[in-house]
Design a protein around this ligand. Sequence first.
Ligand SMILES: Nc1ccn([C@@H]2O[C@H](COP(=O)(O)OP(=O)(O)OP(=O)(O)O)[C@@H](O)[C@H]2O)c(=O)n1
Ligand SMILES: C[C@](O)(CO)[C@H](O)COP(=O)(O)O
Length: 263
Amino acid sequence: MVSTMNRDSMQRQADAGAEPVRPRHFVLIPAAGSGSRFGARVPKQYLELGNGQTVLEVTVAAFLAEPWISRVAVVVQADDPLVLRLPGLRHPKVLLIRRGGPTRRDTVLNGLMAMAQRGLTHPHDWVHVHDAARPGIDSGTLRRLAAHLENEPCGALLCMPVTDTVKRIDSRASLAATNEFRSGGTVDRSRLWLAQTPQTFRFGPLRKALEAHPNVTDEAGAIEAEGGRPRMVMGSKLNLKITTAEDLIMLRILMRMEPAVED
Ligand SMILES: Nc1ccn([C@@H]2O[C@H](COP(=O)(O)OP(=O)(O)OP(=O)(O)O)[C@@H](O)[C@H]2O)c(=O)n1
Ligand SMILES: C[C@](O)(CO)[C@H](O)COP(=O)(O)O
């Protein structure tokens, strides 16, 4: 398995008397999406969450508050005209990377490559990949995830078990033609969890897995495709992803944040 190789190489280093590389913690925030499902005038990461701060600034601040995190890389589109207006990103730990791609996987992979090209990272360092659109991440949940990385052979991601009944859409063409959704059956939810972020892996294996698997929607999908079995760590309901306007309204309420200006 991918992780065994990592552990063995670190052990060989130790056996050879070399100080095993103590992995550092980096964060990579993909913030290069267009927010098409949200449908706002700007990408949702640039909307005000509240208290005068944008969604992206609140997300970044959550990681800057953690002293055990070395750097926070924010990956935006090359021609992003808004990111430089954010005071919350003017911090020595923040690394702005203008290498956003057409998909989230492309953005993340480009970010990993940019960090490696700058000589910032070692293949054994941890990288926590976290959506810019999840500003509700809290310190306790982050530290819970990090605590599970001690002696972790593969990596870990925040997840939450499905708590509602799950239906499968009836896929008859006649219904699709009239944009009518009907239940086609119930899915056993006993082994279904919803993935959140951060999703945390060592730089080397994550970059290799993403290079090999271009069609994944999350980092764990690429690691799984390489045979990895990441640890699933309980996330938080507050760590919801802002996809539609309703999510933003809910999060403002949950985080007790007031927008200075209405959207
Ligand atoms: N090419 C992309 C697509 C998405 N993301 C980021 O990945 C996270 C989760 O993606 P999603 O919620 O799907 O954001 P969007 O792609 O912007 O939304 P939509 O699919 O509605 O356009 C977001 O922080 C988004 O900015 C990214 O960095 N690069
Ligand atoms: C990575 C992710 O947050 C896991 O739930 C999610 O897949 C990202 O959103 P997208 O709409 O799939 O890009």
